[in-house]
Design a protein around this ligand. Structure first.
Ligand code: NAD
Length: 334
């Protein structure tokens, strides 16, 4: 059965995610879209002429995006819970907390408005947990039929295009939240692994812990490869050693910071595409903030944050993939 859904934020991640959402849902499905960039909306609408409705604000998206059941499992679920009538599902994929706040809370254009009925709102952005909680508190005022979830992702632009993202979903999978099966089905159209992280806010917690870890692995891999190269090692041989030893990582195997080792990695394309170094600086800063809030000692936190923030300001690195740290520390790129 066709579906009507909303998607706000059609950037490097949102565009391919929304594309999969609309093209992998039932024939005849409609997606209501909004982005502050008219170019992003036009480009998206041109690629999906039959199934996209361009809206003039987040509020218009949320007013129009009334969902119908998606597939047999959701249909059974929705019928059983009588939730398919008038329920609206809107996804957001925005850069930072300030954007999320305005898209949900703006008094004239924001998603939340007095006419709201039952509505499921799913934010896939990586933002600070305090902003998530403050938007969630506003959503709560609309009653228990309206819910706000965090579902940040890992997998980058390649994962978004291939619909192989991992979703860190701030929801319980133990039957306590009746909306889980429906949302799981929808997220599965955009990702391969949906991890129920327990409750709202825990998806973001998982994402910040993950990016703290992967940010340090990238930095350590770049430093170690640079050290070996300066000592005369062939970086391919060194990467092969890592791949079969204790320094093995996804960064080394798939996103190697040294140009030429992984032909499809951003480093082999002038560090273009991938995950911008400024976004990693933002995520790393949020993770260090979380560590302070919960009293977790992070010995490498400040050093990692300094590295990503300095690289973000460096004209040779800004706007490029975060593995450009190899260039930032003076790695040889020939
Ligand atoms: P992006 O900058 O490419 O896209 C953001 C989009 O949001 C843009 O199209 C922008 O025009 C739009 N936007 C900004 N403000 C808006 C507003 N007020 N209303 C409507 N649209 C607005 O960013 P991205 O790379 O797609 O990342 C989005 C989020 O996903 C970030 O939080 C990022 O940390 C996270 N993330 C990114 C990656 C990655 O590899 N790029 C991977 C995992 C998670």
């Amino acid at each position: 059965q066709p579906t009507r859904l909303g998607f706000i934020g059609l950037g490097a991640m949102g565009d391919p995610m929304a594309s999969n959402l609309v093209s992998r849902s039932a024939k005849g499905s409609q997606l209501y879209i909004y982005d502050v960039s008219a170019i992003a909306m036009k480009s998206f609408a041109e690629r999906h002429p039959a199934s996209v409705v361009v809206c003039s604000s987040p509020r218009e998206v949320s007013r129009q995006a009334v969902s119908a059941p998606l597939n047999t499992r959701s249909l059974r679920f929705s019928l059983a819970h009588n939730q398919h009538m008038g329920q609206e599902i809107v996804f957001t994929m925005l850069p930072e907390g300030s954007h999320v706040r305005s898209v949900y809370l703006d008094a004239t254009t924001g998603i939340l408005n007095p006419d709201m009925s039952a509505r499921l709102l799913v934010d896939c952005s990586t933002i600070d947990i305090a902003t998530f909680r403050s938007v969630a508190a506003e959503v709560e005022r609309y009653g228990e039929k309206t819910c706000f979830y965090d579902a940040p992702v890992s997998g980058g632009t390649l994962g978004a295009e291939a619909a192989s993202l991992t979703f860190m979903f701030g929801c319980a999978d133990d039957g306590s939240d009746a909306r889980y099966p429906l949302l799981h089905d929808l997220l599965s159209l955009m990702g391969r692994t949906i991890v129920a992280c327990g409750k709202p806010g825990m998806g973001l917690t998982a994402k910040l812990c993950n990016n703290y870890c992967s940010g340090l692995i990238s930095l350590a891999t770049a430093e170690a490869l640079n050290m070996g190269m300066r000592a005369g090692m062939d970086p391919r041989v060194l990467a092969h050693v890592f791949a079969n030893s204790t320094a093995q990582s996804t960064v080394c195997d798939k996103w190697n910071p040294v140009p030429g080792i992984c032909p499809t990695a951003p480093s082999s394309k002038g560090y273009k595409g991938g995950f911008k170094v400024q976004l990693m600086a933002k995520d790393f800063g949020l993770a260090v903030g979380l560590s302070e809030e919960v009293g977790a000692k992070v010995l490498l936190g400040q050093a990692g944050l300094d590295a990503y923030q300095s690289a973000s300001r460096d004209p040779k690195c800004r706007d490029l993939d975060s593995r450009v740290l190899f260039r930032f520390i003076g790695g040889r790129e020939d």
